[in-house]
Design a protein around this ligand. Structure first.
Ligand SMILES: [Zn+2]
Length: 257
């Protein structure tokens, strides 16, 4: 067996080189795009709804998060989303969200967060510019005309169509405006940071490759990074790594939170 260095080092110290490289790429960026997935929210305590833990009153998420399920049993689907919305309201953005939001607000650089999450935690942490690729659980929209509805107790739109959660379901296309805005941001970015998503399936994969194609530097923050070279890998979670790489100057990003 090869010897491991003795104890005493924090797990992060072994990644010092990668963290320093990421920090300097971010510091010298002109336009930064941050792409986030479920792993970003997990440490705030948002359930991932995978496996047995995902069951709700005997239903599987894949049997609830579809247009067919809504058309068949709108009240069941609406109450599952009410339950999820209540769970989300009880959790807080973690220090990774806060570090990122604070950087976006105070770095003076152009930046945009593109997220696959529907929970609104980036907005709650103060991120000024968030594109929600999969919609939002925080509002409803009309299943017929698409109009957004902020009154979550309403059941019907003024057009008479049924109101549904404002998220993208299995089998539905992504909202065109969000995709267009994402591509526009990516085409102009010079650094992309991918956080908490393996980004190996569409549309995340396409967006990462587009950034690589135009010559942007891509940084991946995941417990087990998977993107191909030349992506800079940092093994770790959002909560652990983001306060270190999105530092706005105070004490090397080691501020306690
Ligand atoms: Zn309508």
């Amino acid at each position: 067996m090869t010897g491991k260095p003795g104890g005493g080092d924090s797990p992060v110290s072994g990644r010092r080189g990668e963290i320093d490289r990421a920090t300097s790429l971010i510091e010298s960026a002109r336009n930064l795009v941050i792409f986030t997935g479920a792993g970003m929210s997990a440490e705030s305590g948002i359930p991932t709804f995978r496996g047995e833990d995902g069951l709700w009153q005997g239903y599987r998420p894949e049997h609830l998060a579809t247009p067919e399920a809504f058309e068949r049993s709108p009240e069941v689907v609406r109450s599952w989303y009410r339950w999820r919305r209540d769970l989300i309201e009880k959790v807080q953005p973690h220090r990774g969200h806060q570090a990122l939001a604070s950087w976006c607000l105070h770095s003076g650089k152009k930046s945009c967060v593109i997220t696959q999450n529907v929970d609104g935690l980036h907005q709650r942490s103060g991120c000024p510019d968030v594109v929600e690729l999969h919609g939002s659980i925080r509002h409803d929209r009309c299943h017929r005309c698409g109009q957004r509805a902020l009154d979550l107790d309403a059941v019907f739109c003024s057009c008479g169509g049924p109101l549904r959660p404002g998220v993208v379901w299995f089998g539905e296309p992504l909202p065109e405006a969000a995709v267009d805005r994402s591509l526009e941001q990516i085409d102009d970015c010079d650094v992309m940071v991918v956080i908490g998503t393996s980004a190996v399936v569409h549309p995340a994969a396409g967006m990462v490759f587009r950034a690589l194609e135009i010559g942007a530097s891509v940084i991946e923050v995941n417990p087990a990074p998977v993107l191909p070279a030349p992506v800079l890998h940092i093994s770790g979670t959002a909560k652990e790594i983001l306060p270190r790489i999105f530092s706005t100057g105070s004490v090397n990003g080691e501020n306690p939170a």
